[in-house]
Design a binder for this molecule. Sequence first.
Ligand code: HAS
Ligand code: CU
Length: 583
Amino acid sequence: MSTQTDQPSFVDRYPEEAAVVRRSLLVAFVMLGIGALMGLVQALHRTNVLRIIDSADYYTVLTAHGVFLAIVFTIFFLVGLYQWAVTRSLDRSPVDIRFTHAWATMMTVGSLMAGAAILLGFIDEVPVSADVLFTFYAPLQAHPIFYAGLAIFIVGTWMAGADWFRTWLAWRKDNPDERIPLQTFMVLTTMIMWYVATLGVAVEVLVFLLPWSLGLIDSVDPLLTRTLFWFFGHPVVYFWLMPAYLLWYTVMPKIAGGRLFSDPLARVVFILFVLLSTPVGIHHQYVDPGIAQGFKFIAMTNTMFLLLPSLLTAFTVVASIEHGARQRGGTGLFGWLTALPWRDPAFTGMALAGLLFAAGGFSGMVNAGMNINYLVHNTLWVPGHFHLTVGTAVALTFMAGTYWLWPQLTNREIYSRPIALAQVVMWFGGMALMSNAMHVAGLFGVPRRTAEPQYSFDFPALFGTIGELRLQIAVGGTLLFISTVLFLSNLAFSLGTPKREGFGQTIPPALSGPEDSPAVLDNMKLWAAIAVVLVVLAYALPLGAIISDNGLFGVGIEPYPMLVRPLFDWAGATLAGLAEVIA
Ligand code: HAS
Ligand code: CU
């Protein structure tokens, strides 16, 4: 958290940009609150501890939980953080701040549309619902407002990326010989990955799901739309992770009292994500019929390479905080650990997030193995995995990062440091309990995504091992909910702490700086081009095979007449009307 400094804070230097960042974070936190409430409801429901909803509404709750947290909370936090990072590291305002407001508004409107479509599902009298879960697989179908909202939200993120690229290009004109500052480098590489990845979901939604839910086409092919979804659905997990990595690489060493160990390694890591994030999506489809084993094998191999950037991150980030600890007087092989600023919730939150990510990364490796995946796929193991990754590595890092960032955005201290510390520790404890139990329950075959998991095993077993796991999940989920309430109320009270000066922060240069890294690393065009080639190699054949087997809209369904049929109907009716008038 902030210590007194004589630097002007971010909000003093860039008041309007700080307002955009604050607003984005606030939207993120509102979504976090709603999503967390849904999480509590479903954790207690499916463990049969407390049932306040009808099981028929379970998918509405689960969809709200997944979309509000995994899509809206994460991405709104990302755009706020990245706006801060670009402005700060280039020391420059956006080229046109109206454009910045425009994308923030687009994203908000899109989220409200998709969110409303989901929540209206609770009201039986209203014919709008979107109980399609956060993966919105066909043949589950949502109201068009859901897909349209999603599309608008994504266009908003594209505009945000364009805004940051524009700012960087303007900066480059004035600083032609300088290396891209690390934080901006991270933002730009993340966005290149995002542009490539979102092509899949854009085609899925605009060409298939939206026209289908509008009734313009009769059917879609579930395999094709799923494959397009996972084209996007794997890289989206790095879209959540990369802003957390930005905080781990650039902020965490600073809070630990040290410096980033290696700027070149950090650049290499982000480039590896650009190259490898997308050509792996089929690892979510190992059990899908209709995709040849060979393509699944290629996806598995690429996934194993994709472990590299995170393993490099584990090394670099731990080395950087060890440096910090030694600067603070820490000694010994492991003794330095005690010299870290454990009373600082920003540090402790990020460090605990990293620790649980080591476990989440391990369960990711298990998922990625084609043969072992058959054991865990569609079981509670998978939610166990992603609550450690997106639910902790990402979400806890974002909350911890907020404790550090918020005073710089508002000139107000966080209301209570001890509550903040308790909050991050409670998240760690709750998640350790819940995720571990989910992993184990998954190995017992307990399925994911069902309100009545007991169908899959004997009721008496509920009182045995699985019964205990059930309680661990309920207790863990409750702790997570309390932790979220503490986070949000601490922040709400921080809105009222007195304003003062002295919250400015600088980020010290890396031990091995950009001058040590080859200039080619900054060649954005080159990496974007290679990324596209790899995606084409990984996806052209499987997509081609699916389309040649099933057609675009399902076996035996001719897309052409279907797409133009409404047009024909309309033209026919008009002609008939005209003929009548003439007669
Ligand atoms: Fe995953 C399913 C494979 C990472 C999220 N994943 C999911 C789903 C989600 C998700 C949401 O191959 C479910 C989707 C659905 O609804 O069906 N995942 C992987 C692999 C990785 C991985 C190989 N996943 C993530 C991340 C996510 C995420 C990151 C979100 C942010 N995942 C899969 C597969 C499936 C899957 C299959 C499909 C399963 C199925 O059958 O449905 C890797 O990227 C993981 C690499 C990570 C590591 C860990 C490195 C450790 C670090 C810690 C450093 C420590 C620090 C602390 C900083 C190798 C970096 C220091 C502190 C001190 C005090 C010293
Ligand atoms: Cu994946």
